[in-house]
Design a binder for this molecule. Sequence first.
Ligand SMILES: [Zn+2]
Ligand SMILES: [Zn+2]
Length: 162
Amino acid sequence: MGHTIAWTHEVGGEPSPGAGGVLRLLRDTARAEADGRVEILAAACGMCGPEEVEFEVAKGECFCVGCCIPLGIVDGYAHPAAFYPWRLEPSGAPLPPASSGPGFEPSDVPRCPAGHDVFHVAVALAFAADGVLRGISVALRCPEDGALCLYVDNARVVPRTA
Ligand SMILES: [Zn+2]
Ligand SMILES: [Zn+2]
C-alpha cells in the first residue's frame, strides 16, 4: 500500500499566517488512546529559536531550513518534555515513503500541489491514559499558498531499546 498525501486548502480562501491551519487539521484528525490526551504543537527549531518555523521535509523527518537540524519525528527528539529514543510503526495509514540509503529520492520529498517544498510543521502527540506517548501525527502547511496535508497519520510510537 502506497503512501498518498491528500492536500487540502485552508477554508476561507486567503491563507492565514502562522500555523493555525495545520493545528486545526491535527485537532480534527489526531486520536488519543482511550482516556489519554493529545498535545498539539507548532514546530519551531530548537537551535534557531521560535522564529524559525520553516522546514524541509524528507523521509518522514522535518529539517530546519536555517540549520538543517532535524525535528526528531522519526527518532524521538520531537518530544519536547523529555527525550527518549523511539521508532515509528504504521497504524492504519502507512508511514511516509523513505528510500534506503543516505540520499533523498524525489519520492522521499513531499511537495505541495504548487511544487513548494518548505513547510510550516505541526506535531500532535497522543498520550495514553497512563501518560505514555503512544502516537504521533505530523501536518504540513505550505507558507506560500496555505496548502495543508497530514504527513504522518497517527504513527505508533514504540520505545527503542539500544
Ligand atoms: Zn534551525
Ligand atoms: Zn505551495
